[in-house]
Design a protein around this ligand. Structure first.
Ligand code: GAF
Length: 441
């Protein structure tokens, strides 16, 4: 029979050594270092970071590497080793970076420098010298467009490289990391033009190995909680559906617009403010009843379709509630009524989250639905689509001794359905972005 395809954990040291050699070959000079920033998985809290909800991400052992050296002629010269994107060196004058320019993958890199310079206006310790530029070589160990935040990993690795090259700073405290995460989010929103909400950049720069990040997107305060207690003998396995997604597309931003219009109709600038500090299902139902009683028309919803707006509202409110339930699990552990302990409860929340992504956010797609259904039939504690949706990856929670069985079942089901072969990723909460090696050579 078929053997499922696992994406190997990259040997970063070896990649670093090769990166030095490749950099020399491409740019004919020595790199000053290699910086790495990871992708993320998220237990819950999709499509709610930009609404002020709570997210529960972790950094992945997969990410993006940037080898770099500074220039003094105000030029950025960039090349990616990603075969599907590589067109040789892309050269951009730093002064020309701005909304929509440059286009394509280099916009994420250039956007990071543009946003760093804006952040430095408020934080002079982040300033880059006059005429600053750089040569950069990019390589990703993440499936590009896999819904695991390859875009944020690229922005974050780039900004770490820029900051280190320009200021010599490599040891960064969480306050500085928060400023950089915000800058990377701006790069994506303003330069690339994708309506990202900060979850991915925060996970990439502010995570802690072995821990789940509990991120309150009202003010971007974080807490770290050990993952082992929560997972309780289970493993997280990612399934890349090989169905690429792109956040710059119309679908993702339209979900955000629906939810924002719904919140404004109900009198909140930020949807999260419709719920109390510690929300319950009753609070969610009260908001939905208020909505149904008001029965807004499209013209009261900034032109959005009322049925769509109600679905997005339902997704956002219930997703916010699910995040609070996981946060409570992380803080207090499982209660006696929870069948299967904390992993049992987490699994149920994951699958409820998927149903909401499918029916209310309407961001799922057939392969993801098939994978979730198959995983749960084959013995998973739970599973859901993660990331922005419309492609991307599924996260499954598997009893340790069922991993091979469930993974094979998923592989078989997807192949039998004639869909692209999935790739499996071992998901362990990993280190945030940083310098990979000062002297990989
Ligand atoms: C994408 C966005 F970039 C994030 O900000 C977040 O909205 C996510 O989709 C969905 O939760 O990754």
């Amino acid at each position: 029979g078929l053997k499922p395809i696992w994406v190997e954990h990259p040997d970063l040291e070896a990649m670093g050594r090769r990166g030095f050699a490749r950099f020399r070959a491409v740019f004919g000079r020595e790199p000053h270092g290699i910086w790495m920033a990871p992708g993320r998985a998220n237990l819950n809290g999709e499509h709610i970071d930009f609404l002020g909800g709570r997210c529960l991400p972790m950094a992945l052992p997969y990410g993006t590497l940037v080898a770099a050296a500074p220039r003094t002629d105000g030029l950025l010269r960039m090349r990616t080793l990603e075969p599907s994107l590589d067109t040789g060196i892309v050269e951009v004058p730093v002064d020309s970076i701005g909304p929509g320019s440059p286009e394509g993958w280099s916009g994420y890199v250039a956007g990071a420098l543009w946003a760093l310079k804006i952040a430095a206006q408020e934080h002079p310790d982040l300033s880059v010298p006059e005429g600053f530029g750089a040569d950069l070589l990019v390589r990703s160990t993440l499936p590009v467009g896999g819904g695991l935040s390859s875009s944020a990993a690229l922005e974050c690795a780039a900004i770490l490289a820029f900051l280190a090259l320009a200021t010599g700073r490599t040891d960064l405290d969480d306050t500085t990391r928060a400023v950089l995460a915000r800058a990377c989010m701006m790069a994506e929103v303003e330069v690339v033009g994708a309506a990202t909400g900060g979850l991915d950049q925060t996970a990439s720069l502010r995570s802690k190995p072995g821990h789940i990040l509990s991120l309150d997107c009202r003010d971007f305060t974080i807490k770290h909680h050990p993952a082992a207690d929560l997972l309780d003998g289970h493993r997280l396995v990612g399934v890349d559906t090989s169905t690429p997604h792109w956040l710059g597309g119309h679908e993702f931003s339209s979900r955000r617009q629906d939810a924002e219009a719904a919140a404004r109709f109900l009198g909140a600038d930020r949807l999260r403010d419709l719920l109390p500090e510690t929300p319950t299902r009753t609070d969610v139902d009260a908001v939905l009843e208020r909505w149904d009683a008001a029965a807004p028309s499209s013209s009261e919803l900034e032109g959005r379709d009322p049925a769509d707006a109600r679905r997005r509202l339902t997704h956002a409110l219930t997703e916010m509630l699910r995040s609070e339930r996981i946060d409570a699990l992380l803080r207090h552990g499982a209660t006696a009524e929870m069948a299967g302990g904390s992993a049992g409860e987490l699994g149920r929340i994951l699958t409820e989250g998927h149903v909401s992504m499918r029916d209310d956010a309407q961001a799922s797609f057939p392969t993801a639905d098939l994978i979730v259904a198959t995983a749960n039939q084959a013995g998973a504690a739970g599973a859901r689509l993660i990331g922005g949706g419309f492609g991307g990856s599924v996260l499954t929670l598997l009893p340790m001794d069922q991993v091979d069985h469930v993974v094979s079942a998923i592989d078989r089901a997807v192949v039998s359905a004639g869909m692209p072969r999935p790739r499996f990723l071992c998901i362990e909460p990993s280190a945030p972005g940083g310098q990979l090696c000062r002297d990989c050579d």
